[in-house]
Design a protein around this ligand. Structure first.
Ligand code: FAD
Ligand code: SIN
Length: 541
């Protein structure tokens, strides 16, 4: 074996909730490598605030959670996915607790100290059903999983390792179906590209918020998994449905800080800058309307008034309650000079979540042998045209478990043949570095301006032209120059931007998160039909 080739049974790309939960479930079956592009905890998971939606109370039922999810999804959910994921949620929550996760509890009123889960409420939920750890649920989930992974000697984490491309048997001219055999992985510290080979490769790379100028997502969210799977020939679906979270903190110095929807769940009210409540004009659930509606309403109010933000007011709740329930949001706002107990919080919508992704079946299998996808990178059909709040951590847990069970019962044989080493150009040129950062900005701004909350055919066409030029330019120097993580991510955000525009342009209706002024109505005959795209072809609707 060459020095730079690593052999494992399972290669997991990504160390958020999906990747770590899968790794923990597979470690008793073989050796697991988890490659992750920065520090092990750095992931969307780590920043999740609101919590995990699951049916755990007597006042709630699977049927009600299913109904809320289908309604938010605006006719485009797969009912099979919705029912399966919701039904299996409580068991996964129990496993998470066994691994050490502590959810916030409260004392049952008049019970002499009996405690129960403190359930939060968020947009589109008809019941309180969101399990949370105050307002830092994601950090607690991530830490519980990491601690368990670190206790397991069969799991090896490679930090600062960014997967570049999947290694496919078809490309190597091998006989049989096109199978994923591993990945080329760039070590950001040493600058080497290693070859990882495995029986099974799992994409758990999360979402693509960084494709947009303003996002709640951390820097890792550049859609790498989508881009890699698409390049390898897998089907990708519903990329037009990018969810914009209605309430990201508006402050010149705050980079992407979310104000959880749970704040509205506890009574927070959206107001215009002159203090007028406006959500009753848009939805009967007012400030707790589903996200697509709330984000669009805010966008509309801002455009109408010319204001740069709206306000989220929860000053009517007692200060001790707010400080106890939202310690992180309170502390962070205070750091930026805003005391949420005394004044409304300035907020704006920002790109938050990708409802589409790599097409998988209910066991996490993609179209390509040996390649699985789980978590935000994957498309199961759960979210349809708009995700119900706090359903994504739930989906990641359930689908990781199902994928692990499937892999354990269908072991593919290891490929003994050594895999080829990475070949690339060696040139470095400071001018090219400027081009890379310029192109990053151009893509993100183009997507924000032309492919945002409200779309038109003309804007989509403009965006398409610009992204096509950029893709061509990136392709030209990609193979000549020495790779850097910025260049790898640039190539991926360009690919994902292209997919979002193609999917949005092909959906000739407004539904859920895809709102196009040229087709303001939903078309009944298009319901339940995802947009599916494969390299070189828009395959279905
Ligand atoms: P992530 O947690 O994003 O993990 C992806 C991992 O892949 C990271 O480790 C990353 O470094 C790695 N990676 C990516 N590309 C590569 C590559 N090329 N090579 C190597 N590694 C790579 N959902 C809820 O259900 N409830 C909430 O309360 C909630 N709050 C949220 C708040 C915020 C601010 C954000 C941003 C999201 C929130 N979400 C919430 C969404 C939810 O957090 C994510 O959908 C979920 O955590 C995704 O988990 P994941 O494991 O699929 O991906
Ligand atoms: C939030 O806390 O508002 C985020 C919840 C989610 O994205 O599901």
């Amino acid at each position: 074996m060459k020095e730079s080739e690593f052999r494992y049974d399972y290669l997991v790309i990504g160390s958020g909730v999906a990747g770590l939960f899968f790794a923990l479930n597979m470690a008793s079956h073989g050796r697991v490598a988890v490659v992750t592009k920065k520090e092990r905890y750095e992931s969307n998971t780590n920043y999740a605030q609101g919590g995990i939606a699951a049916v755990t109370s007597k006042e709630d039922s699977f049927e009600m959670h299913v109904k809320d999810t289908l309604e938010a999804g605006a006719g485009l959910c797969s009912e099979e996915a919705v029912r399966t994921i919701i039904r299996e949620g409580p068991e996964r929550i129990a496993e998470l607790k066994e691994l050490g996760m502590k959810f916030t509890e409260r004392e049952v009123p008049n019970s002499n100290g009996v405690r129960e889960l403190d359930l939060g409420r968020e947009g589109g939920h008809s019941k309180r059903r969101v399990l949370h750890a105050k307002d830092i649920t994601g950090r607690e989930v991530e830490q519980s999983l990491l601690k368990a992974v670190e206790r397991d000697s069969n799991i090896h984490i490679f930090e600062n390792h960014i997967a570049v491309n999947l290694i496919m048997s078809g490309r190597l001219g091998m006989d049989g179906p096109n199978r994923c055999l591993g990945a080329h992985v760039f070590n950001r510290v040493s600058g080497e590209v290693h070859t990882f080979s495995a029986r099974i490769v799992v994409l758990a790379t999360g979402g693509c918020g960084k494709v947009y100028l303003y996002t709640t997502n951390p820097d890792i969210a550049t859609g790498d998994g989508i881009a890699m799977a698409y390049r390898a020939g897998a089907r990708v679906a519903n990329m037009e449905f990018i969810q914009f979270h209605p309430t990201c903190l508006y402050h010149p110095k705050a980079k992407s800080f979310l104000i959880s929807e749970a704040v509205r769940g506890e009574g927070g009210v959206l107001k215009s800058i002159d203090g007028r409540e406006f959500m009753d004009a848009y939805h009967p659930m007012k400030s707790l309307a589903p996200r697509d509606i709330a984000a669009r309403a805010i966008d509309n109010e801002m455009k109408r008034s010319g204001a740069e933000h709206v306000l989220l007011d929860i000053t009517h709740r007692p200060a001790p309650f707010l400080i106890e329930r939202f310690p992180n949001i309170y502390k962070t706002c205070l750091f930026y000079g805003i005391d949420m107990t005394k004044e409304p919080i300035p907020v704006v919508p920002a790109a938050h979540y990708q409802c589409g992704g790599v097409v998988i079946d209910m066991n996490g299998r993609t179209d390509l042998d040996g390649l699985y996808a789980i978590g935000e990178v994957a498309y199961t059909g759960l979210h349809g045209a708009n995700r119900l709040a706090s359903n994504s951590l739930l989906e990641a847990l359930v689908c990781s478990k199902r994928a692990a069970a499937d892999v354990a019962s269908n072991q593919l044989e290891p490929v003994e043949k050594p895999l080829p080493a990475w070949q690339s150009g060696n040139a470095t040129n400071p001018d090219e570095m400027v081009v890379v950062s310029h192109n990053w900005d151009e893509i993100r701004r183009t997507m924000w301006d032309y492919v945002g909350i409200v779309r038109t055919n003309k804007r989509l066409r403009r965006a398409q032209k610009r992204i096509e030029n950029l893709l061509e330019e990136i392709h030209e120097y990609y193979w000549d120059f020495k790779i850097t993580s910025d260049l790898l991510e640039l190539r991926n955000i360009a690919t994902v931007a292209d997919l979002i525009i193609k999917c949005a342009s092909s959906r000739k209706e407004s539904r859920g998160l895809n709102y196009n002024l040229d087709y303001p109505e939903a078309m009944p005959e298009l319901s339940k039909q995802p947009t599916v795209i494969r390299r070189g072809e828009l395959t279905a609707r």
